[in-house]
Every structure is written in structure tokens, then in C-alpha cells.
Design a protein around this ligand. Structure first.
Ligand code: G
Ligand code: G
Ligand code: MN
Ligand code: NA
Length: 254
């Protein structure tokens, strides 16, 4: 496959980069965090969206090496922002199920923190519910070890995957991300609104931070705030930005 061969070269040729999207607290308007999102600028195809190449990277196992590069790049970025006095409280990295089940994720994370000198609490890992289903015991153990190290854990796309509430209880995560499909439908679909309110109530009762993704309109932000949601992320605040623009954005908040 041409794309697979290109992907193998992409890392070495510096065609991969990370963009960053801000997360802001609804009550104070304070910056709460950033999410790192992978981008591939292909020399002839142009910008290739992650949905088009991450599944491929998972299939051919390249995701492990790529994931290590992502963790190290994001930690170096956190370090640089810290030195400039503009680091957000947390910066989140998306973790693939394959990384969690096959790669040695704990060692990769610890190495990335060590080489950059970043504190574990500055790093957040986003996992999906389905992410832990592959190699369940190993994945649970790895996440428990990462939690003990002090890294923050967040459940991405919450409510769309396969899991059970008992997993949520066993996993000791810090944050739930309400999937943007619910946020999108929330204002004119009572079912979606009910799911949003239920996730907020569930998360709150477990002491978790709640973030809504894909917030595009001010009415959505107002509704979420009224329901007790803590943090929002989405185009209303900003699209994901290249590192330099993200640094400028952080500078305006610091
Ligand atoms: O950034 P975007 O808008 O297109 O992301 C699309 C999908 O790709 C999302 O599901 C997101 O979680 C995933 N994704 C983005 N960046 C990364 C990454 O660095 N690692 C992994 N494993 N997934 C990512
Ligand atoms: O699966 P994950 O939540 O990691 O992916 C986030 C994806 O959502 C990324 O592709 C990101 O670019 C995209 N995204 C972020 N904010 C918005 C938004 O407000 N609207 C839409 N449609 N997509 C968004
Ligand atoms: Mn995510
Ligand atoms: Na998500």
C-alpha cells in the first residue's frame, strides 16, 4: 500500500506535527488545558486527516513508534511552555488501543517525562472506553500504574464506546469528555440533552471533571454551564492550532 510506505517515512522526514486545541473553564473563563492532535502533511497529498492514517498505523504496528514520538514531542512542548511561563495546567495526548495493549506505554510515558523534565501531573492521557477492551487486564494494570505515577487520565468520546459503568469505577480516571455527537444534538434533541445531563450528573457524583467537546455555539456553552459542566473545547474557542499559534494563544491567557 502506497500510503503505508509513505507513513513509514513520514516520521523520519518530519512530516508529522502536533496541533493544539484549548479547553476553557465555563465558570471562570480560565484556560484549563490543551489537547494535542496529530497532523500529517504529505508532500503530494497535502494534509491527511488522522482518521485516514491512524487506523493504518495501528494495523501495521507503526502506532507504537509513532506514539512514542507523539509523547516525546508533546512533553518537549509542555517543557518549552513551562519555561516561558505559559504552560496550561494539563496537556492531553490521545492514546490508541494498540499502544495501550501492545507497546510498553508506561515506560514510554515515563521516558517522555524524564527526558523533558515535565511533571506527571502536567500530562493527561485520553483513552476511549473501547481502548481498554483489547487486552483488558494488561490495559487496566498499565492505567493503574500511570495513575500511581501521577499522570492524569481522561475518557474520550464518553458514551459512544463499549464499556460498563463498573469499568469506570475500577479505572480511577480524572476526567470525562462528553462526545461531540451529544453536544451537537443537545439543543434540539431531548434524548441527546438527557444524555448530556446524565453524564454530567454521573461524573460529578464520582468526583470527575466534565468536559464537553465540539462546542461551536454560545447557546451550547450557556446550556452546558447551566447543567454544571466544568470545561468546554471546540471551535467556539478555537480550532486546533499549530504549536506557534498555540503558544501565542497561551500567552494571551497567562
Ligand atoms: O484532529 P481530528 O480532528 O481530526 O482527530 C480525528 C481523530 O484522530 C480523533 O479520534 C482523535 O482522537 C484521533 N487523533 C488525533 N491525534 C491523535 C494522536 O496523536 N494519537 C492518536 N492515537 N489518535 C489521535
Ligand atoms: O476523538 P477526539 O475527541 O480526540 O477528536 C477530536 C476531533 O474533533 C478532532 O478531529 C478535532 O479537530 C475535532 N473538533 C474539535 N472541536 C470541534 C468542533 O467544535 N466541531 C467539530 N465539528 N469538530 C471539532
Ligand atoms: Mn481526544
Ligand atoms: Na472525543
Amino acid at each position: 500500500l502506497a500510503l503505508e510506505a509513505d507513513l513509514r517515512g513520514a516520521l523520519a522526514k518530519g512530516e508529522l506535527s502536533l496541533h493544539y486545541q484549548p479547553q476553557v473553564a465555563l465558570d471562570s473563563g480560565a484556560l484549563a488545558g490543551m489537547e494535542a492532535l496529530l497532523r500529517w502533511t504529505h508532500p503530494t497529498r497535502g494534509s491527511v486527516p488522522p482518521n485516514a492514517f491512524i487506523p493504518l498505523a495501528e494495523e501495521c504496528g507503526l502506532i507504537v513508534e509513532m506514539g512514542d514520538w507523539i509523547l516525546e514531542t508533546v512533553c518537549r512542548q509542555i517543557r518549552q511552555w513551562s519555561e516561558a511561563g505559559i504552560a496550561p495546567r494539563h496537556t492531553a495526548v490521545n492514546i490508541s488501543a494498540v499502544q495501550l495493549s501492545r507497546g510498553n506505554l508506561f515506560d514510554s510515558v515515563r521516558r517522555a517525562l524524564d527526558v523533558s523534565g515535565v511533571a506527571p501531573g502536567q500530562l493527561e492521557l485520553e483513552i476511549t472506553e473501547s481502548c481498554v477492551m483489547l487486552e483488558r487486564e494488561l490495559s487496566f494494570k498499565t492505567l493503574a500504574d500511570l495513575h500511581a505515577l501521577g499522570v492524569r487520565l481522561s475518557i474520550d468520546d464518553f458514551g459512544t464506546g463499549y464499556s460498563s459503568l463498573s469499568y469506570l469505577q475500577q479505572l480511577a480516571v480524572h476526567k470525562l469528555k462528553i462526545d461531540m455527537s451529544f453536544v451537537r444534538g443537545m439543543m434540539d434533541n431531548s434524548g441527546n440533552a438527557a444524555i448530556v445531563r446524565a453524564v454530567i450528573a454521573l461524573g460529578k457524583s464520582m468526583g470527575l471533571e466534565i468536559i464537553a467537546e465540539g462546542v461551536e455555539q454560545p447557546e451550547q456553552a450557556r446550556y452546558l454551564r447551566a447543567q454544571g459542566c466544568d470545561v468546554i473545547q471546540g471551535y467556539l474557542l478555537s480550532k486546533p492550532m499549530p504549536a506557534v499559534a498555540a503558544g501565542e494563544y497561551l500567552g494571551r491567557y497567562a
